[in-house]
Design a protein around this ligand. Structure first.
Ligand SMILES: [Ca+2]
Length: 509
């Protein structure tokens, strides 16, 4: 690096330190703010002076060496309810091991505090509201689901030569063209529906909720006690069939949703009743999937993600450092366990990540891991967080830096704020925020960095870094204005850009 370049770098550092100090309105947030600015600027400097170090590497097109992706989605597992998240009532050694060998996310948010919208967000990389799937669950009489024009994660992989399977609970539409096979999955095994008392009413005269393989009913009623095991058996068979890869396996378990089912070997095994027993059974079967990857020799080229779809369900133990349950937009409703494992693919090992990461972020991130570019023209809300998962950056790099194959995807979102808001809110800050929606689809809160602003019934600001339980509102006019502004911009964006849900063909609509 020449003398002139070194001088430029020094001047750059001086300018950003000064602007960082000016922008950091309060003492407590300054250190955090400074850390983020330093990381961002360091990446920028590296991009300019060492382009070969940071630009995406060419994709290896050899099928056998392409990464496999397994996305394990557990139903209604609360933030605390794993050994690696603090639970002492249950033993979850296999899932804890994923965290020990991977990245444990402490501030991860499902797309919604309820099943169907949460899944719509995960599979499209969009806020459920952007794809018209933000209101309540799809009961069995629903004629809606994800619109066929949306690109699901499964379709993205399928179009790129991956074998794809959905094994487990679907809950995103029950007729063509809304079924798993219509949304990019080559194979389906599982329950399209819930087993809770409200849902099974629809199936009373039919012999109960069916267990389905592709289009065929193979059992009625489905037996909740054996679903975790059966799904896992199917998952293992799929992995073995596709060991020469690549494959995308979406494994959305029916457990731990009410009504709980536990097989005989796990009944009474925990200190936490049937819920704990079901968690321990889940742990065992996650271990079986991991053992299978090792036995088939594909563990070093497989990414495994373990996440919950929303917070803990009703009737569970109260113990938890955050408040609220599913259906609410308190932290306990929507902040859930999330682990990313992939030591052979460069995912950091034994790391803890406190960045705000949202379910929508998996879409462009797993695409990047697979070397797949999210096609142009598709607007999603997810950010590529792979630099954070790989331990290359403490913050999600701003999209302008173009760090990864999908780094610039957030720039596709509309950004045309009125002047007053543009002065207050940075485009990258807006992309990094998380917008909480209630189970009825309403915008309820905004999180940015450690701050959470509840919007209703009155504005309340919390500093989650010191008060994760949302017990004591704080006053900070500048942060409140910024987060309120973000909420207004988001409402405008959704009013302008939200797309319709898909509708069943037979409905005639
Ligand atoms: Ca759920």
């Amino acid at each position: 690096m020449s003398h002139i370049h070194r001088s430029m770098v020094a001047a750059w550092i001086a300018v950003f330190l000064f602007t960082a100090m000016m922008k950091a309105g309060c003492r407590r947030s300054f250190a955090n703010h400074l850390r983020r600015r330093i990381t961002t600027q360091a990446i920028l400097i590296a991009t300019v002076f060492f382009p070969r170090l940071v630009h995406p590497q060419p994709v290896n097109a050899d099928q056998a060496s392409r990464p496999n992706i397994i996305l394990i989605l557990v139903d209604d597992q609360g933030y605390y309810d794993l050994g690696c998240y603090g639970a002492t009532e249950v033993k979850t050694p296999r899932i804890d091991q994923l965290a020990q060998q991977g990245v444990r996310l402490t501030d991860y948010y499902a797309a919604a505090p309820i099943c169907s919208p949460s899944r719509a967000g995960l599979l499209t990389g969009c806020y459920p509201r952007r794809v018209g799937n933000h209101i309540w669950v799809h009961r069995a009489d629903s004629i809606q689901g994800i619109h066929p024009d949306e690109l699901t994660l499964a379709e993205l992989f399928q179009q790129n030569g991956y074998a794809t399977a959905c094994i487990g609970k679907w809950h995103l539409g029950f007729q063509e063209p809304l079924l798993p096979k219509d949304q990019g999955f080559d194979e389906y095994f599982g329950l399209l529906h819930n087993l809770d008392p409200v849902e099974i009413v629809y199936f009373d005269s039919l012999g109960g909720v069916p267990l389905i393989r592709q289009d065929k009913v193979i059992q009625r009623p489905a037996d909740p006690n054996h679903l975790t095991e059966r799904y896992t058996d199917e998952a293992i068979a799929f992995i073995k069939r596709n060991r020469d890869g690549p494959f995308f396996l979406y494994l959305p378990h029916t457990m731990l949703h009410h009504p709980l089912g536990v097989s005989e070997g796990f009944r009474g095994s925990s200190q936490w009743g049937e819920y704990g027993d079901a968690i321990q059974e889940m742990d065992h079967h996650v271990g079986r999937v991991m053992d299978c990857l090792a036995e088939e020799g594909v563990d070093d080229r497989t990414l495994v993600i373990y996440v919950s779809d929303n917070g803990r369900g009703p009737g569970r133990n109260d113990r938890q450092p955050i408040q609220g349950r599913k259906l609410t937009t308190y932290e306990g409703g929507i902040r859930v366990p999330a682990i990313c494992w992939g030591p052979g693919l460069g995912i950091a090992q034994g790391a803890e990540c406190g960045e705000v990461i949202r379910a929508m972020d998996w879409f462009p991130s797993v695409a990047t891991v697979a070397g797949i570019e999210v096609p142009n023209g598709i607007v999603i809300d997810g950010r590529d967080v792979t630099p954070v998962l790989k331990g290359e950056s403490e913050v999600v790099p701003p999209p302008e830096l173009n760090r990864t194959v999908n780094g610039r995807v957030p720039l596709r979102r509309t950004w045309d704020p009125p002047y007053e808001w543009e002065q207050l809110i940075g485009r990258d800050e807006y992309n990094d925020a998380f917008f909480y929606h209630g189970s009825e689809g309403q915008l309820a809160a905004v999180r940015w960095q450690q701050w959470k602003l509840l919007l209703s019934p009155s504005l309340k600001l919390f500093d989650l870094s010191v008060d994760p339980g949302e017990s004591q509102p704080v006053r900070n006019g500048e942060v409140t204005r910024k987060l309120r502004g973000m909420a207004i911009l988001f409402q405008h964006e959704m009013q302008r850009d939200a797309r319709p849900a898909g509708v069943a063909r037979a409905s005639g609509e």
